[in-house]
Write a protein that binds this ligand. Sequence first.
Ligand SMILES: Cc1cc2nc3c(=O)[nH]c(=O)nc-3n(C[C@H](O)[C@H](O)[C@H](O)COP(=O)(O)OP(=O)(O)OC[C@H]3O[C@@H](n4cnc5c(N)ncnc54)[C@H](O)[C@@H]3O)c2cc1C
Length: 236
Amino acid sequence: MVAYLDLLDGLSHAGLSRNAEVSVKLSAIGQALPEVGPKMAEENARRICRAARNAGTTVTLDMEDHTTTDSTLATLRELRKDFPETGAVVQAYLYRTEQDCRALAHEGSRVRLCKGAYKEPEEVAYQDRHDVDKSYVRCLKVLMAGEGYPMVATHDPRLVRIASALATRNGRMPGTYEFQMLYGIRGEEQKRLADAGEKVRVYLPYGQEWYGYLMRRLAERPQNLTFFLRSLISQK
Ligand SMILES: Cc1cc2nc3c(=O)[nH]c(=O)nc-3n(C[C@H](O)[C@H](O)[C@H](O)COP(=O)(O)OP(=O)(O)OC[C@H]3O[C@@H](n4cnc5c(N)ncnc54)[C@H](O)[C@@H]3O)c2cc1C
């Protein structure tokens, strides 16, 4: 919590806050505590949103495993009453996500679409990566055709191409949506997109807990290990 506020303060003093926004995991600010968790996370998130607004920037609520999806979206709805600029994240691997995209694709709504990083059961999520990709495209279609601000979080070259084509088809100019990639992964592609006039945002784990964060992501899903190893070998 303090780390988020310090970071926003530091960005503001360095004059960088307009170019950087903060992503917040509600589990890091109390969501998982029994009974009081969701309320506590909302109050803490509200403090971060206020600090972000004072610094001239915005907050996006990361999405975690499927047991937290309803609670996170409920917190988002409450926060958006006072901070409508707060961003949502949806995960294409969940069956529910196309429907969530329809609900979120309204004016002013910033929505990050990712494939999803957690090991999820087949009761709630596609297991086959081709099904996840197809779902990603369906969700992209909804978001790009909607009134909101899509944030296309993927390194998948095919999905990047499809996102660009859908943006053009829907008459969107660069800056009415953005691409997002992880720091250190496909740097050349990030540069290529930026050089082509696209808005590109890089997601950077911050603070002293980054090593634990990386290890948890790797432990949660073996594919994440492949993903990181591949990006160590290839920087394209
Ligand atoms: C900005 C951002 C925020 C995120 N936030 C969340 C979140 O809140 N919740 C969540 O669950 N997940 C989040 N994720 C993680 C996401 O869900 C995926 O686990 C992760 O991005 C990997 O999926 P991918 O779409 O990049 O495609 P993958 O299926 O992992 O990769 C697709 C293809 O991309 C290509 N590729 C990948 N890496 C390289 C490389 N180095 N060089 C060349 N080609 C490569 C390959 O062709 C590969 O087959 C986030 C990801 C990003 C980028």
